[in-house]
Design a protein around this ligand. Structure first.
Ligand code: DGY
Length: 317
């Protein structure tokens, strides 16, 4: 059985797959694979381990006659047309749970970086502009007693809320369904989207990207944010109308925004680089050694399950 991995991932994945005598090939250039190269490599594959940057649309899926599984090395799977894959008999799996803590940690790191103006401070020191303690030097905001709004109360949203609660914030959340665990652990209140946007001091986005959440935060909704609001996105860039967000950041209508994800990764809107009230990260949500190893193990185990005629561990279609 041939398994194609679209980028080097932790070695443990190949070790597990080789132990089953699968024939592994790995795309070896240190950049996302192009569509042409993807087509060339997947046409004979029985299984593919893919990245969130690899687009599997009908064009590609039509050229994978042997493929039984695409194991996406990410929890998000908006890069794959999962319904068309199902029609083609291809199982799609993702890597939930194992990256929850890493991503929630990063959402909090971005929150603190925005609230306490860490990037401004780091730049000031590195550029030798720190001329001594001053009462008004780079004043930020405290988290205690602030309202922390969780947009999307799944695994990562819940883990972020639990962390945020420990800073003394009051948690509110917007979700399709009531989250008892979140409510029990943090006294969180489920609210409407409009209420959350109007009342949160910090808004952390944890929704999946799909047609319903695409530009969910458009210019009208962004107008509802508080003057001192901080907005954090570790989910997917396209959930927010990025141009509209840049516009309100330019006009200082909110305090700051922390971006781990962008609408057009990795080609960022050039206006973002000009803003002082943003913290910009290169999609690091799951970037811990622990999470990435566990993602590799889970992706490999999903492939092994399907190619051995068993049920996958974390199917999404
Ligand atoms: C995912 O797994 O979907 C995350 O975006 C990775 O950081």
């Amino acid at each position: 059985m041939k398994v194609f991995i679209t980028q080097e991932i932790p070695e443990i994945a190949s070790t597990l797959l080789k132990a089953k005598d699968f024939d592994i090939s790995v795309y070896s250039k240190n950049k996302p694979i192009s569509k042409k190269e993807l087509l060339n490599n997947v046409k004979n594959a029985d299984a593919v381990i893919s990245l969130l940057t690899d687009k599997f649309d009908s064009d590609i899926l039509d050229h994978m006659p042997n493929c039984k599984i695409i194991a996406n090395y990410a929890v998000g799977f908006n890069n794959i047309d999962i319904n068309y894959a199902r029609q083609k008999g291809i199982t799609v799996t993702n890597t939930p749970d194992v990256l929850t803590d890493a991503t929630a940690d990063l959402a909090i790191a971005l929150t603190l970086a925005c609230a306490r103006r860490l990037v401004d401070g780091i730049d000031m020191v590195r550029q030798k502009r720190f001329n001594g303690w001053l009462p008004k030097l780079l004043l930020g905001v405290e988290l205690k007693d602030k309202v922390f709004g969780i947009l999307g109360a799944g695994r990562i949203g819940t883990a972020t809320a639990i962390r945020a609660k420990s800073f003394g914030t009051k948690i509110i959340y917007y979700s399709n369904s009531k989250n008892e665990i979140l409510e029990n652990k943090t006294d969180a209140k489920k609210v409407s989207l409009e209420y959350l946007l109007k009342n949160s001091d910090i808004i952390s986005i944890h929704l999946p990207l799909n047609p319903k959440t695409l530009h969910l935060l458009d210019s009208e909704k962004l107008k509802l944010l508080k003057k001192m609001a901080i907005i954090i996105n570790t989910a997917r860039g396209d959930i927010v109308d990025e141009k509209a967000l840049i516009n309100i950041l330019k006009k200082k209508k909110i305090f700051a925004a922390g971006f781990d994800v962008y609408e057009n990764e990795p080609n960022l809107n050039p206006e973002l680089y000009k803003l002082k009230n943003v913290v910009l990260l290169p999609h690091l949500g799951s970037a811990t050694i622990d999470a990435r190893n566990n993602m590799a193990i889970l992706a490999a185990k999903n492939v092994i399950a399907i190619l051995s005629g068993k049920k996958p561990i974390t199917p999404v279609n």
